[in-house]
Ligand binder design. Sequence first.
Ligand SMILES: Cc1cc2nc3c(=O)[nH]c(=O)nc-3n(C[C@H](O)[C@H](O)[C@H](O)COP(=O)(O)OP(=O)(O)OC[C@H]3O[C@@H](n4cnc5c(N)ncnc54)[C@H](O)[C@@H]3O)c2cc1C
Length: 437
Amino acid sequence: MAGLAIAGALADHFERVIVLERDRLPDQAVPRAGTPQSRHLHVLLPGGQRALIDLFPHFERDLTNAGSVPLRMSRGIRMEIPGLGPLPSRDFGWFLYCASRPLIELITRRQAERLTNVTMRPGCRVLEIIATSDGTMITGIVYEDADGRQETLAADLVVDASGRGAPTLDLLRSSGQPMPDEIVIGVDLHYTTTTFVIPQDASTDWRGIATHPHAPERSRGGYMLPIEGNRWVLTLAGRLGERPPAEPEGFMDYARRLETQTIYNAIKHAERQGGFERYGYPASVWRRFDRLRAFPRGLLPVGDSICRFNPVYGQGMSVAAQEARLLNQLLKRRATKPDPLAGLALAFFSESLPLVEAPWNMSAVPDLVYPETRGERPADFESRLQYNGALMRAAMRDPAVHRLMAEVQQLLKPPGVLQDPAVDRLVQLELSQMAAE
Ligand SMILES: Cc1cc2nc3c(=O)[nH]c(=O)nc-3n(C[C@H](O)[C@H](O)[C@H](O)COP(=O)(O)OP(=O)(O)OC[C@H]3O[C@@H](n4cnc5c(N)ncnc54)[C@H](O)[C@@H]3O)c2cc1C
């Protein structure tokens, strides 16, 4: 997803953009080996959706025509918060387009393929990024094509959207350049996912649902969205030893023992389609490229190669899309410079910092609530936790706070908007009530 969005961003500024992908790319919306996560629920947050529309004006139209399910926010999604109940159903006036990850990716790929100066090269595995002898200037890459032949491709800019960022790290390491610090939050999260046919008598009160666990005592969560083909995709999650079973009886029993019975009641008579898919996610990792003082000219890691977010919060694709939009703006601003690529990476790392930091902080605090989670707790951890609880209570009561909180969580607005004095007053009120209880 990062690579496709970036291709859209680069097409405005470079003569030729070549996307090298090690997988053969399917014509249909089906999972593939290079993205095993694509078998699991993927939500494209409205903030990411808008970034993709800015890059590809037909993205929303094409995703809708391909059968994605538009959910009116927040009415369409039942958010079950332990101890508080479901967040009230309110109309914020924007839509979440629900589709399988393979469909979201296929529609994004179609947009990139339509650009005349973008070429897809499937079946091509990048082996190495090549640079001048001191490693400070990138000259291209070496890749292996579908027939096993090694080829060299010269390039002015190499964007590493490989997900793991291994090519970038290998280059830095082999040329003796400083490596980025890594912040790691060990969550030991486990997913089991399957799909159901949406029954005709399904509830009309909600179309998607998130049943959050009662942390830190319990870690079982359930997340279900409608996708193309009249299906629900249901992911059951657990942490730190809780593994949702991957066989029918155990899976249903796990669903029955979530914080509420809403998901279980919805699926207990529904027809299951396909099997059970598992995914183990040990840790979120943020590589602090933004702290480096120098970086090779002509190289740029993006997306998961910079930061892998805990998937439960559904942020990764959207952050990647927002990074791509930022890169487009950055290249536009630098176009008149004598060498627009000189210092591009450091400027990108610095300007994209808020795009990464906000979602990282939003997921790190709830993740660190579990005592077993590995990672450094911020000094003000307890007060952040209290603040989050109070904000949620204020959102329950007040539609304006609810809307603002949703805008921040869905990456439409930066967290700073929550410092609005009217919102802060309501949060402070909740905090004092919580202290009195
Ligand atoms: C279980 C799970 C659920 C998730 N749910 C959500 C969600 O709900 N919402 C959300 O926004 N995000 C979600 N994410 C995160 C999301 O999948 C990623 O953040 C997003 O795909 C952006 O990643 P990327 O493009 O950087 O890497 P990837 O999507 O991993 O893509 C990397 C691509 O590079 C290719 N590649 C790798 N190495 C090479 C090489 N050497 N040569 C050529 N090609 C190569 C791979 O085949 C792949 O196609 C989830 C992640 C997981 C693990």
